[in-house]
Design a protein around this ligand. Structure first.
Ligand SMILES: NC(=O)c1ccc[n+]([C@@H]2O[C@H](COP(=O)([O-])OP(=O)(O)OC[C@H]3O[C@@H](n4cnc5c(N)ncnc54)[C@H](OP(=O)(O)O)[C@@H]3O)[C@@H](O)[C@H]2O)c1
Length: 257
């Protein structure tokens, strides 16, 4: 997929943070977008901004990726309005960080249904469409925490679900390889978004060491513009200096909403 102009993409979790940054970069390159997130007001604002700035089609579809019916609707709207889906960016995610014995039980389902099943179900729904077209690119935003063995303390549930997602992504690549469909996992380090900005304990000095969303956009662009016969299977974009010094998340973070 050397030239992106005129291609069509679905991006989940696109109203802010990494998803919004990727949406903006793809729109700059002429990609038409179907954007998904739960909060309609933020999603509409993002879609409106991108539509005004770039000569591409941008449609916001309110969608909770933890609900199968919302995902089915998202795919239907995308195929009906864009005609064809070339790119799927699975990105919608939430975080909840606690020492395991304090991890609220009610967070577990939301983490699993958003950060793991949300990706797998959306992929399962769009794969038949891509198989019919004999082409497509799927990019899964995983997490740099999967590179730490064992996964970081106080981050067990989030990170172990991301480990599963990484395994799914890699396996899907091999299953789809001969059908013209590319699958790439991106493992971002600690990136400057609301997801990390909510960590009130983080100091100004630690904040300076966060990765900007631009580096994650660059990884997405790389994955989408390599020659047709190449697929970057995994791209880890990790902080040169971590905001903290050990592979331990020293913070707590309240329930995902
Ligand atoms: N920031 C980091 O340091 C970092 C590092 C590694 C990996 N990641 C991963 O990168 C992805 C994006 O993170 P981010 O930092 O950009 O987060 P963010 O700034 O909090 O943005 C998350 C986006 O996902 C949407 N979202 C959350 N739950 C959703 C749901 N159930 N259904 C649909 N949309 C939902 C949010 O909109 P609504 O709330 O309106 O739905 C928002 O658009 C996540 O998968 C995260 O795990 C982030």
């Amino acid at each position: 997929m050397d030239n992106l102009k005129g291609k069509n993409a679905i991006i989940s979790g696109a109203s802010k943070g990494i998803g919004k940054a990727i949406a903006n970069r793809l729109a700059q390159h002429g990609v038409n977008l179907v954007l998904a997130a739960r909060t309609k007001s933020k999603l509409d604002k993002t879609a409106k901004e991108l539509q005004a700035e770039h000569a591409v089609k941008v449609i916001g579809v309110p969608c909770d990726v933890s609900r199968l019916s919302d995902l089915e609707n998202l795919c239907t709207v995308a195929v009906e309005t864009l005609g064809r889906v070339d790119i799927l960016i699975n990105n919608a995610g939430v975080s909840s960080q606690y020492p395991f014995e304090q991890q609220p039980l009610e967070d577990l389902e939301r983490l699993a249904h958003t950060n793991y099943l949300g990706y797998v179900r959306l992929t399962r729904l769009i794969i038949p469409h891509m198989l019919k077209n004999k082409s497509g690119s799927i990019i899964n935003l995983v997490s740099g925490s999967v590179l730490v063995e064992p996964v970081p303390r106080s981050f067990l549930v989030y990170s172990s679900l991301k480990v599963g997602l990484r395994a799914f992504s890699k396996g899907l690549f091999w299953e789809m390889r001969d059908h013209g469909i590319k699958v790439t996992a991106i493992m971002p380090g600690v990136t400057d978004t609301e997801l990390t900005g909510k960590l009130s304990e983080i100091t100004e000095e630690q904040k300076e060491r966060l990765i900007s969303t631009q580096s994650i956009e660059d990884a997405v662009m790389f994955a989408l513009t390599v020659p047709q016969n190449v697929c970057p299977l995994e791209l880890a974009v990790i902080n040169q200096q971590t905001p903290w010094t050990k592979p331990v998340i020293p913070f707590t973070q309240k329930h995902p909403q």
